[in-house]
Design a protein around this ligand. Structure first.
Ligand code: SF4
Length: 188
């Protein structure tokens, strides 16, 4: 990806939100506000964890499944039963460490995704039934939140609320200013 020459904030983003055809069904989830309104003000750093993991497009849908042997544990499993939990956790740790060098000032994640969703992601049992009283977090999002607890992060769904949107954008620009302040050499 080409870097812009200005000092626009760099924002990590779930690639499908920019219109990239990386979803399991070969489609995308282009978000008009993100692309057309926010796009000209920022520099995107798109990531699709599932494609980068090597799952390809199109691919089998994956889900968060409650581990029957340990109900506290949540696994990332494909429709045919391929458990991707360890692979995705390992990938997420490495990719997040790379993203730490990207000078990000924010991150926008795709809601409901078992990889990218920040909250309220559906959890299923081993019989393919949704466990309505439980909700989870995508494994990639989980690692981002662990490694970057102070980075402004939101899901695209919440950015449709004008107040939450304003708050997020404000935090991104403040974060960028603070980053520049601490990166500069300080003198008396
Ligand atoms: S939600 Fe995340 S993993 Fe799913 S297609 Fe979008 S970027 Fe890829």
């Amino acid at each position: 990806m080409q870097r812009r020459q200005d000092d626009s904030p760099r924002i990590g983003i779930s690639a499908c939100l920019l219109g990239e055809e990386v979803r399991y069904d070969g489609g995308h989830k282009r978000d008009l506000y993100i692309v057309e309104t926010l796009g000209p003000l920022v520099e995107w750093v798109p990531v699709c964890p599932e494609v980068e993991l090597g799952l390809g497009t199109p691919r089998e849908a994956i889900r968060l499944i409650c581990n029957p042997k340990n109900p506290e544990a949540i696994n990332l499993v494909s429709r045919s039963g391929n458990d991707l939990t360890v692979k995705m956790r390992r990938f997420a740790r490495r990719r997040a460490r790379e993203l730490a060098k990207e000078n990000l000032s924010g991150y926008i994640l795709k809601k409901d995704s078992p990889s990218c969703g920040m909250e309220r992601v559906k959890i299923w049992n081993e019989h393919n039934q949704e466990i309505s009283e439980r909700q989870g977090r995508g494994l990639f999002a989980d690692e981002l939140l662990r490694q970057f607890p102070n980075l402004p992060m939101e899901e695209e769904g919440r950015l449709h609320d004008p107040q939450l949107r304003e708050n997020f954008i404000e935090r991104v620009f403040i974060f960028r200013k603070l980053r520049a302040l601490f990166a500069a050499r300080w003198t008396v």
